[in-house]
Design a protein around this ligand. Structure first.
Ligand SMILES: C[S@@+](CC[C@H](N)C(=O)[O-])C[C@H]1O[C@@H](n2cnc3c(N)ncnc32)[C@H](O)[C@@H]1O
Length: 274
């Protein structure tokens, strides 16, 4: 896999917490440094349910990918802000449904650790790539030769933006980014989107969010109405934009849901068809 170096993009920095590595730690991964673990521990102390909230978001990505690959025959996935790959990632799920030969996946992340790790585990998977890029520049992402070597933009693509758009504070910028990716793909493509919400008010969650803002980048929750607006130009797949665990729940994954009735509903998720 080609490693292109862009001086505009961040380089590995083990002294500053990174949202990708904090996320990895919170999901139980091992691709993180002491500064990341310290920041993550502060968040867990403020909001003990955080790891489960994140696992709920990750489970949505798996269900949505499985739905598109197994039920809608989608073979191409552009995963923007893909993070550090964890077990049962997008390409594994899509390949299980569509076969290794026909599944094409491009992971895109700004974090060098996420990209380096992805490249290691993707070795031997020529139809899957990982590119370090800033998703806020859709024209550059869609023109990137490494991505174009894998994704054919004349055929349907699932554009994935899970747990990342809430790092873009400006509503207009966020919707123009989503619009630009949807413009770059043909009819029959899909948008998979999960987003942190402001609808639930919880002081512990708000404190964890403040630690996030101090340590990495501000995380901007949005209302269900604003999150739904990102799907403009698509037809929402049933059940629409719903609390993340309620998007086509899979009984086989119920063990990942928290026991009892803890309200781990800090995000909305949906899938739309262009
Ligand atoms: C919370 S993680 C979500 C990972 C994955 N999408 C998931 O749902 O499990 C957010 C990821 O977005 C990446 N990210 C944040 N801003 C980005 C940007 N402007 N361009 C590309 N990636 C970005 C971070 O590096 C991090 O890996």
């Amino acid at each position: 896999m080609t490693a292109r170096y862009d001086p505009e993009l961040p380089r590995l920095d083990a002294n500053t917490p990174s949202s990708a590595r904090i996320y990895d730690y919170l999901l139980g991964g091992s691709y993180n440094f002491a500064v990341d673990r310290e920041a993550a521990q502060g968040m867990i102390a403020a909001f003990p349910a955080l790891p489960q909230v994140l696992r709920t978001g990750r489970a949505f990505v798996r269900r949505a990918t499985r739905y598109l690959a197994a039920e809608q025959g989608v073979t191409q996935y552009l995963d923007l802000g893909s993070g550090i790959p964890t077990v049962r990632n997008v390409h594994e799920i899509a390949q299980a449904a569509q076969g290794k030969e026909s599944t094409r996946v491009a992971y895109v992340d700004i974090d060098p650790v996420a990209v380096a790790h992805a490249r290691r585990i993707l070795h031997g998977n020529p139809a899957v790539t990982c590119v370090q890029a800033d998703l806020r520049n859709p024209a550059a992402v869609c023109a990137n030769p490494d991505i174009r070597a894998v994704i054919d933009f004349s055929r349907p693509v699932a554009v994935m933006l899970n747990a990342v758009l809430h790092f873009i504070p400006d509503d207009e910028e966020a919707s123009s980014i989503v619009g630009a990716y949807l413009d770059a793909v043909p009819a029959g493509s899909y948008l998979i989107l999960g987003h942190h919400t402001s609808d639930s008010v919880d002081t512990a969650e708000a404190e964890a969010r403040q630690i996030y803002a101090r340590t990495t980048q501000p995380l901007v929750p949005r209302s269900r109405a604003k999150i739904t607006a990102f799907f403009a130009g698509t037809e929402l797949v049933e059940p629409g934009v719903v609390l993340t665990p309620n998007w086509r729940p899979d009984p086989a994954e119920m063990s990942e849901q928290p026991p009892g009735d803890t309200p781990l509903y800090f995000g909305y998720a949906g899938v739309g068809r262009k």
